[in-house]
Every structure is written in C-alpha cells, then in structure tokens.
Design a protein around this ligand. Structure first.
Ligand code: HMG
Ligand code: MG
Length: 292
C-alpha cells in the first residue's frame, strides 16, 4: 500500500489573510465547502486574532457557523491567546493552532511580544484547550529566513519547536514564512529540529516566493516528514512578513506527491475546482501567475 501523506489545506486562512480587499463571508464559506468536497482531512478555516491586526479574518465565527461540515474533515483555526481560543471553541472548531517564531523581530511584529512571552502566553491556552479536548498544533515561523533578521540559526528553530512540543502541541509546523528556504537551509534546519523531536511530530509549511517549495518538500520527505501545509491556487502571505508571497499551491503538492507514489486521498478534480475558485477571489490575479 502507498505511503500516506497528509496535506493540510491553508487557503481559507493563510491564503486569504493577506488580501487587503475584504472578501465576502459567503465566498469564504463556498471556498471551504469546495475544499471539503475534495476530501481534505484538515482545513484551516479561520483565525481568531485581533481584527485590528488582521481585519480580513474578523468573520471567522460566521464562516465556521455557515460551512457544511464533512465527516472526516477537521476544521481548524489560529488562536494567538486565550481570548482567541475561547472564541474558537464557541465557534465549534475541531482543532486550534498557536503560532510562535524563531526570530525575535518577527515575533514582535506579528504578535507584539518576545518569543519567551509568547510561549508563556500559550500555557493557559493549552490548559483550556486540553480541558475542552481540542488538539493544539504549534507553528514556528521564520524557520530558515526572517524578513527583518535574515538567516535564522537552525538551533533557534529547534529550541522553539521543542518548547511548543513541551507545552503540549501534538504537531509542530515549520514555517518558511517568506519562502526563501533552499534545500540546503531546510535540510540543516530539519537536522537540528529532528535532534530534539521525532519527524512524525513535524509538518512542513512552505511559502513559495523563491520557487523552491516543492524541492523543500522533497528534502522534508527524505527526512521523514509526512504532513505538509499548502494553499489551493497558491494563495497566501502574512501581513507582517513583507515580501511573503503565496503558500505552495496544494494542487502542485498533491500532483508531486502522487507522482512519487505517495497517497494523499485528495480528489484532484474537486481540488482543481476549489483552486480556480480561490484564485478568482484574488482581485487582478491572472491564470498564468500561479506557478509559484
Ligand atoms: P496586542 O495589541 O499586543 O494585544 O496584540 P492586546 O491584548 O493589547 O489587544 C489589542 C486589541 O485586540 C484589543 O482591543 C483586544 O481586545 C483585541 P481594544 O481593547 O484595543 O479594542 N484582541 C482580540 N480581539 C479578538 N480576538 C483576539 C484578540 N486578542 C486581542 N484573539 C495579538 C496581540 C496577538 C492579539 C495581535 O498581535 C494579533 O492578533 N496578531 C495576529 C497576527 C496574525 O494573525 N498574523 C498572521 C498569522 S501568523 C502566519 O501567517 C504565519 C503562519 O502561516 C506560519 C508561517 O508561514 O510562518 C502560521
Ligand atoms: Mg504561512
């Protein structure tokens, strides 16, 4: 039987959060429903962050209330603090995620606190999520490069990843936030992280600004990772990471994995329909601008 890979769909959250023109709630709901029809086991559907910081994500509760939930799909959300967790739980999420960074400057810009402060802030959130029986994923941003500090030391990534795991995150998603990672820098980073945590507890989250995300996924596969985040249509970016372009396109990731003989369980025609819809949500996008 083919080895399995879980593709964690990001477009409703990472894909849309960076769009400046407000996207209608109905369109977000339609996107999630199209993705559900493609058979994703996990869809990052919303973000319960401050609407002052990311206005595009302010309607997360409404999106979660209006989607059609497919049995077998977990609908997840970002939660930066206890307040976000409580809103996410009230909206009926299946899983939440906390997000930290391996770069002090990015941590400040993105969540307005130091790395150590962010880890301390997650403690009570983890306890409340455990009491509600909701799994918590952890992200580490800037795992190879930071928009403010440049190259990040692999050991800094390993330190934050291990700290998130010690807090109780069931999985750590390693984010190449600005898509500058290369097979060499990703490999060195993974070596340091795998020294502390098993590859089975790690996921790869690659943006594709430099066009090397698929190569970086191959390096991660060789290191034993079997979970990858991707965004239909290659949408994405982070408002606090200048220059961060799209996440690696889910359709490209699924095609590559299946060509390698790895099973994703995704219906590729249904995914193509979701990707077309996602791209159409981005004003001024061109069909040819997608291979990134
Ligand atoms: P702060 O200003 O330090 O915190 O922001 P605060 O507690 O002073 O709150 C500011 C205001 O927001 C207050 O409102 C709070 O009530 C409100 P006011 O009193 O001024 O009217 N507030 C909230 N409202 C709703 N939900 C909440 C919430 N919390 C506070 N949960 C904070 C700190 C963390 C809140 C802020 O910095 C923030 O929301 N940052 C989020 C930034 C973000 O979403 N970035 C993108 C996601 S991360 C990413 O994309 C990377 C990733 O994809 C991986 C990768 O690629 O590397 C995951
Ligand atoms: Mg991201």
């Amino acid at each position: 039987m083919a080895d399995k890979v879980l593709v964690f769909e990001m477009s409703p959250r990472d894909g849309l959060q960076n769009e400046t023109a407000m996207i209608a709630t109905a369109d977000k709901v339609a996107l999630v429903d199209l993705l559900s029809a493609a058979g994703f086991a996990k869809i990052e559907t919303a973000s319960f962050v401050s609407p002052k910081w990311v206005p595009q994500m302010a309607d997360g509760a409404e999106v979660l209330a209006r989607i059609t939930r497919r049995p077998g799909t977990a609908y997840t959300a970002l939660t930066p603090n206890l307040r976000g967790l409580e809103a996410a739980l009230a909206a009926g999420v299946d899983e939440v995620a906390v997000f930290a960074a391996a770069s002090e400057s990015f941590s400040r810009r993105n969540i307005n606190c130091s790395i150590a402060e962010s880890l301390a802030r997650f403690g009570p959130l983890m306890e409340e999520a455990a009491a509600a029986d909701v799994p918590v994923r952890g992200y580490v941003s800037c795992v190879t490069d930071c928009p403010y500090e440049g190259r990040i030391a692999p050991e800094a990534v390993a330190h934050v990843a291990a700290a998130l795991a010690a807090l109780g995150c069931y999985e750590i998603s390693l984010g190449d936030t600005i898509g500058q990672g290369t097979p060499e820098t990703v490999n060195a980073m993974l070596e340091a992280v795998i020294d502390r945590l098993p590859a089975e507890q790690l996921a790869g989250h690659f943006h594709d600004t430099g066009g090397r995300a698929l190569e970086n996924i191959r390096v991660s596969l060789a290191r034993g990772l079997r979970v990858f985040d991707a965004s239909a249509g290659g949408l994405g970016g982070c408002p606090y990471a200048p220059g961060a372009r799209g996440n690696v396109a889910t359709e490209a990731v699924v095609a590559m994995l299946e060509a390698e003989g790895l099973a994703t369980g995704i219906d590729r025609e249904a995914l193509a329909a979701a990707a077309r819809f996602a791209r159409a949500l981005r004003p001024g996008d061109q069909e040819g601008d997608l291979e990134r």
